[in-house]
Design a protein around this ligand. Sequence first.
Ligand code: LLP
Length: 420
Amino acid sequence: MNREELKLGKIDGMDLKELAKEFGTPLYIYSKKQLEENVLAYQKGFLDPYERTRVAFASKAFSCKALYQLMAQRGIGLDVVSGGEIFTAKQAKIPMETLEFNGNNKEKWEIELALEEGIGLFIVDSLEELYFLEKIAKEKGKVAKILFRLKPNVETDTHAHMSTGHSRSKFGISRKDFLKAWEFSQKSKEMEFRGIHIHVGSQLKENTSVLAGLKNIFSLLEEGGEKVLSSIKEINLGGGLGISYVEGEKSISVEEFYKEPMKQIEEFFQKHKKIRPWISIEPGRSLVGEAGITLYEVGTIKEEESQTFMAVNGGMSDNLRVALYGAKYEALAVNKSGEEKTVQIVGKCCETGDVLIQKAKLPEMERGDLLVILATGAYHYSMANNYNKNPIPPVICVEDGKAEIWVKGQTMEELIQREQ
Ligand code: LLP
């Protein structure tokens, strides 16, 4: 995102004031150019340099039909975690074989839907789920391609809520259950075992925990012996590549992140005289996070002795990440300049924790001014909620001076539509 352009009130040739007038605020705005650059980074840093590789977008980061289509058109598959995401993909006419189904508690109806629609891959999260999936597949006369999500048993240097690879995590099959699950899958007619999956965590700044996880998984595969090793047709490394939320925040390139894991996987299979299996990944945040911003209007500015509160017309209903993870953001004032002062940017929700930025440096602003918060493209719209009956904002995508509505904003009527 071009900060200077945004400060001057522009994004990809569009005027932010005009967009606010046309679509209202808060407004989620995506840059098509930036989305395409993000996809290209995976193409150049992962798909092009290595054969037999696949990328699926972790759609929990931003789920809507238009984005699913954009990804599909560029050869990116889809990682889904619910019946709702499968339904959205179907409505967007995404080829179902490009879907992979993650999640620690796939419900019966979701598994049935996935089997009926012929999704590409089930990522099985427990031994119990394996038996459950087989039972449903048998009833339906279907065969499910499966990966086992394994607990890599590693700690990750990220927020505790985003660390998923440790042994205490609710996700994944534990070491002790792996061989049992593998043997079951070999005997079952309904289960087509393809390989394994690990996901160590999210918003990672380096690949050390992925490497540590791989090491643990390699030893598990070796324990399984020749038959297990030969049966691995695919290894899915999950997602996790971090992004930069504030200016200067360290992030790592796709190329750098995957270089060493790919080398180590290659060497491991070479050592065992096997062809390296397919390697798939499922990034979410890094494909969309920095391609999105939120445009707000400034409301009440309260000057207290100790600090200045600047309220915007959104908050934890459109950005839950600050309250959930203490996430840090950067704000830019639109069409304002001058001496900067420190303000606390707060939302409008009735909750003390509804703070968007603790200490933002901004020029003098007044009610009605526009303000942008950067890097809100991942896990914002998808975690938006109706707290305080605030409507979920619209999502638009801009490209070369044109704006396309991806999701309409909720109306007041829609807020009570389901009420009796
Ligand atoms: N694969 C699996 C199995 C996952 O659990 C996740 C994220 C991903 C892929 C995608 O990870 P990414 O590339 O986006 O880091 N709501 C949080 C993040 C929770 C992520 C959950 N799983 C946030 O707002 O930061």
